[in-house]
Structure formats: C-alpha cells, structure tokens
Design a protein around this ligand. Structure first.
Ligand code: WT7
Length: 631
C-alpha cells in the first residue's frame, strides 16, 4: 500500500481507517509474507476484553524481518553495532549474516529442549547477540521475555517466575561506561528463587569468569558452534504469543504485557515507515535499550521488517564524554535519530562544543519518545542537533500499545513543539471527562482513551486477564484507558499532559505536572524540574517543585521569585509553585522515569515512609532531597 506522504494523503488514509478499519489494515497487511492468509481481519470486544487480528493467518515474523530481504539486499547491513568503548570498533552484520546467526540461535535453543510456546528469559547487554537471541526465539516460536539488564536480581526473579521461563540467555557481564557489571552473578542470585529454570546459556562479553553451575550453565560460544545455520521458521498463528514484556503498574507487581505475532508486526512496520518516512538505504538509530518496548518495536522488529539498517548502541550518552551520541551519528552517518527527552535534557546541560565538534549533516529526522518533551528541550534539539532542518516526531505510545499511536509524520505534519499532534491512521482516540463521557470538539482537555482496537494492542497481562480488564477497560467501559491526560487544542493537535495520577487540582483547576515543569524549564537557569501536589489548607492542593539548576543558585529567594513569574507568565498565576526546592538530582527509575511517588511523599512531609525504592537508579539523590525538604 502507498504510504502517507502529504497531509492530503493523511486525511484520506485516516478517514478510510475509521470508515473501514478492516479494509485499511487488510491492505497494509497484504505487503507481508504470510504462510497462510487470514479469513477475517478483526474480531473484538473491549468489554470482555478480547481482540484478535488476522484470524486464521499463519506467519513467522523473522521471515518478514530477515528472509524476505535476502533476495535483493542480502549484503546490506542489517545491524550496525556500536560498542560501549568506541576503541573496540563497530561491527556490521548483513542480512545474510543475521539470517545465519538467528538460525543458529534457533537451533541452539531447540537442542536444549525449547519448543514453540516455551518462555525464554533474555537478560543481556546491548550486543548483537541480544538481537540474535530475540529473533532466534521468534524463529522457533518460543516466547521471549527480555528483562532490561539494569534490573536487580529480585526484579529478574519475579519476571522469570511470573512468565514461567525454562531458560535464561545472559552474559558474563556488561559494560557500563568505564565499569563492568557482573550480570551472571545477578542471574545466579535470581535463580536461587527460580526452581523451574533448567538451562542458562552465557555469552562471554567482559571476561569476568563467572562460576558455572554444572548441568545448568553452559557457554554460548560452545553451544552456538554445534548449531546449524539453517533453521526453518516455525509456522505461527497470527494470534500466537510473540513476546512478554514487563511494565510497572500502580501496584508493586509488574505487568507482563503480552504481544502477538501478526498484529504487532503489521503495526510496528507501518508506523516505522510512516512516522519516520523511512527511505531505503537510510541508517536508523533508536537509542533505547532492547529491554524496553521502544527497543523491541523500533530497534528490532520495525526497522528490520522494513529492511533498514538499525544501530544497536551498547554505550551511554555521557561516556567517554558528553559528545558520544553526536560522535556516533557522525561515524555512522545516521539519518534518523530517535531518543528520549531525558537524554536530550542531560546533554543540553553540557557545553555546546560537544555538539559542534561533529558533523551531523547526515541527519534528516529526529524523534522523541517516553515522556512529554518540554518546549525548551524541543527547541534545543531542533536548533542544535537538527540545525533547524530536521522535523522532530514526538511519538506518543506505551508498552501496552506496542507501537506509535499519536505522532507527527515527518515532513508531513506541521509541527507544534511539545505536541504529539495527530493520531496515526487506524488510531481512534477519545478525550473523556471525569464522569466518563467523551468530550467532543476542540480546545478541550481530559483523559485519553482509545475507542477502537489497533493491531499491536497488548492482548492480556500474562496470567492475569482480570487485572488487564480492570487496569485498562474498566475506567471507561468499552474503551481502552491509557492512564494519560491530554489536551486537544483549537486545531485538533493532541498534547499529552502526563499521567492522570500526576494531575494536581489547585483551587478546582486541573493542572498537569508536565505543563508546569515545562514552564519552569523555560527559565534560563533551570535544567530540569519535577512537580507534585501537596495538601494545601486553602487551595486543596498546592504545587511543589523540585528544581535542578545548571549552576548552584547564588540567591535562592530571587531565583524562586523569577521562576514563579515565569510560570505565571506561561500558564497563569494559578500554576505558580507554592514551594520550590533546589536539588542536584531527581529520583529516577533505571528507565529514566521520575518516581513521583517519592517526591509526593517528600512534599507531604512524610519522609519516614517512602515505600518501595528498589527500582531507584541512584538512592543517594533521595537522601539529599529528604534533607532539603521544605516545611
Ligand atoms: C507512558 C508509557 C512509548 C515507549 C516508551 C515508554 C509516556 C510516552 C510520550 C510522548 C508524552 C509520553 C506516557 C505513556 N509517554 N511517550 N511522546 N509524550 N508522554 O513506554 O514505559 O510504557 O510508558 O510514557 O505517559 O503513558 P512506557
């Protein structure tokens, strides 16, 4: 099917996708390799909830990501790997080599008794073998459950047990900046609590010489040597499980989101090609870790199914120095660069000379994902990285949605900084009020729901369909509830205002924390901020802001006045922070999300009882914040 390449195309594709979704997605799905065609495109009932796409169709996603490219582009680079230490040198893996490696992994898994439907846990650093492992599972129909290699042994054990994994693929260690993390040790600790695990296959990466438990543990290099490089692609039903990926919920227990083969493939391929306007031959770099959904959808399955060259980056943006991203873009002539606002803000703090040292002229399109991007970071990114010439696609989606849902289309949609703009074709958002009624028209604000299924919607929470129903389909019966708040402006542009549990109601006015943060960040001394509500005698809730400055403030009171004025100017006096605490860091999860729950406790004056802090990246930050808490 022809892709959208103008606003007129967009409007007509969107109309078709709403008027006749089955015809719309059926046409898109026609461009893939199916072993057997579907008998019906869609069956659904959001009350149950139940969603099935491409009923009766058979496929293997790896044939679509690899085999079908062998005819014309076998020698094109599929994976461009940039190691943690730039001195180690990049590696290029062509589609032909990728095919061989994935087949070998498939055979290695089979040799150890893994069959279609078995769950395999993958806990590895960002090396090419991680991609081979994921795709090797998909090749033989095993369900992969990738756990981000920054998670602790306890979190790993919970995820292994919840999914009932029989096997772990891991590495001896991982490089993080100039440090080595002993991954295998973490796995050993986790496995004390995981009796069902029979096999651990260990890739040698850092040479840490871990203890190998005989009968259970074996080396990747020994096993892969024995494996043949031809492996038939298992025939999968469109609705068979492709993977489980855990995401945090409002309770302590993580939710294993389940994605299936057919719909996921169609959606991530379509959105990859549409949003980024991908052209054959381009180099695409998504800086996420494959441990998150962004890596599943837009490092692996989206780009590979489109025959692109995808960059896998093992390093961190700040090592050996703050120029690492820009150096890597220059080195590999990256055309499309997709990263997170948190990364942009942290690099924005560094001297511009780190950017100016490198030739970024290969860049065509920039992307942002994971949280609302504040206007200041947006402009910095646009001006200094895109040199004013590259559109920024601010892509809104979730682990649960599998692929991008609301986003500008590069070079098609007229951009508005901090707006995710319009729903992609096939996506039908609804803005809901507190009573559960859809708000029509523009210039409105409410909670974001989706009223019609899209192909890559998660099908359930692994082993807990009831929780799936309660979390996503009960707030607004008959609709999928995203948990986000949004505004639809006069021109119909969507702006995601943050999780609705982050809404502060001050004197009866709804204020999005992200909106206030964005305003605070406009002050030239401010680098980053986080806002939470706290109980206020008169207003109900007050605004408490934690603020990081580029330099330690000379006159704190003066700066507080200026920040209040800035917010007052941008949003209105109602949003002025009541309290401003200057901090040197914010409590974040390893995925970079601010743990507002902790900040809320501090703001409430309840520092004795901060709840579970095990997923914190840097616990020292919390101690500092507690000490500086304002009365
Ligand atoms: C939540 C989902 C999407 C993959 C990575 C995160 C927030 C995500 C945006 C955006 C504003 C965004 C939402 C969403 N979010 N992208 N472009 N603008 N907010 O996946 O960990 O499942 O988080 O991230 O709040 O609900 P996730």
């Amino acid at each position: 099917m022809e892709l959208v390449s103008s606003m007129t195309d967009y409007t007509s594709a969107y109309r078709q996708s709403v008027a006749n979704p089955e015809e719309f997605w059926g046409e898109i799905a026609g461009d893939f390799v199916w072993k057997k065609k579907w008998t019906k495109v869609l069956e659904w009932d959001f009350h149950k909830p139940e969603v099935k796409w491409f009923i009766g169709a058979k496929l293997n996603i790896t044939e679509n990501c690899i085999d079908r490219h062998l005819a014309g582009q076998a020698d094109q680079v599929a994976i461009l790997w940039e190691p943690s230490d730039p001195k180690e040198g990049a590696k290029k893996i062509t589609y032909r080599q990728l095919h061989q490696q994935v087949c070998k992994v498939g055979n290695m898994l089979k040799a150890h008794g893994i069959k279609k439907g078995d769950r395999v846990c993958i806990y590895m650093p960002m090396v090419p073998e991680l991609a081979f492992a994921v795709l090797g599972c998909a090749r033989i129909g095993a369900v992969h459950s990738v756990v981000f290699a920054g998670f602790s042994s306890g979190s790993l054990a919970d995820r292994i047990n919840d999914a009932g994994c029989k096997m772990i693929l891991t590495a001896d260690g991982a490089f993080r900046a100039d440090k080595k993390i002993e991954l295998k040790k973490i796995v050993d600790e986790a496995l004390e609590k995981c009796p069902a695990v029979e096999k651990v296959i260990v890739l040698e990466r850092t040479g840490s010489q871990p203890v190998m438990k005989s009968g259970r543990d074996c080396w990747w290099h020994d096993e892969i040597k024995k494996a043949n490089d031809r492996c038939d692609a298992e025939e999968m039903d469109a609705e068979d499980l492709l993977f489980i990926l855990y995401t945090s919920g409002s309770t302590g227990k993580p939710k294993g989101m389940v994605h299936t083969c057919g719909g996921f493939m169609v959606h991530v391929n379509y959105t990859f090609r549409t949003v980024f306007q991908y052209q054959p031959g381009q180099i695409f770099w998504c800086t996420a870790d494959i441990g998150w959904v962004t890596g599943h959808s837009y490092i692996l399955y989206g780009p590979l199914s489109a025959g692109a060259t995808t960059v896998i980056f093992e390093g961190t943006p700040s090592w050996p120095d703050m120029g690492r991203f820009w150096q890597t873009i220059e080195r590999h002539h990256v055309n499309i660069f997709y990263t997170a606002p948190a990364a942009i803000r942290s690099l924005q703090q560094a001297s511009l000379s780190f950017v100016e040292k490198y030739d970024l002229s290969s860049l065509r399109i920039l992307g942002s994902v994971g949280e609302p991007i504040n206007e200041e970071a947006w402009h910095w990114y646009h001006k200094n990285i895109g040199k004013g010439k590259c559109p920024i696609v601010d892509t809104w989606w979730q682990t649960e949605t599998g692929g991008i849902m609301i986003s500008p289309i590069a070079n098609v949609t007229e951009l508005k900084p901090a707006y995710a703009s319009f729903p992609l074709p096939g996506v039908q958002p609804a803005v809901m009020d507190e009573k559960g009624n859809e708000i029509s028209g523009n210039g409105i604000e409410g909670r974001l729901a989706i009223k019609f299924p899209w192909p890559s919607i998660a099908r359930t929470i692994y082993g807990n369909h009831q929780r799936f129903k309660e979390t996503y389909f009960s707030t607004f019966p008959g609709m999928y509830f995203t948990g986000d708040g949004c505004r639809r402006d006069e021109e119909g542009y969507y702006r995601i205002t943050g999780r609705v549990d982050d809404i502060i109601i001050v004197s009866g006015h709804n204020l999005g924390t992200a909106e206030i943060e964005s305003a605070i960040d406009e002050h030239s001394s401010v680098c980053e901020s986080a806002v939470v509500g706290f109980p206020h005698d008169i207003k109900g809730q007050g605004v408490y802001a934690f603020v990081i400055c580029y330099n330690k403030p000379q006159d704190e009171e003066k700066l507080r006045r200026e920040i209040r004025d800035t917010v007052s100017k941008i949003i209105g006096p109602i949003a002025k922070p009541d309290k401003i605490q200057f901090v040197s860091g914010l409590p974040k999860t390893r995925s970079g999300k601010i743990m507002r729950r902790i900040l809320r406790k501090v703001a409430e004056g309840d520092t004795a009882n901060l709840g579970d802090t095990t997923t914190l990246l840097d616990p020292a930050v919390v101690e500092e914040i507690k000490r500086g808490a304002l009365e």
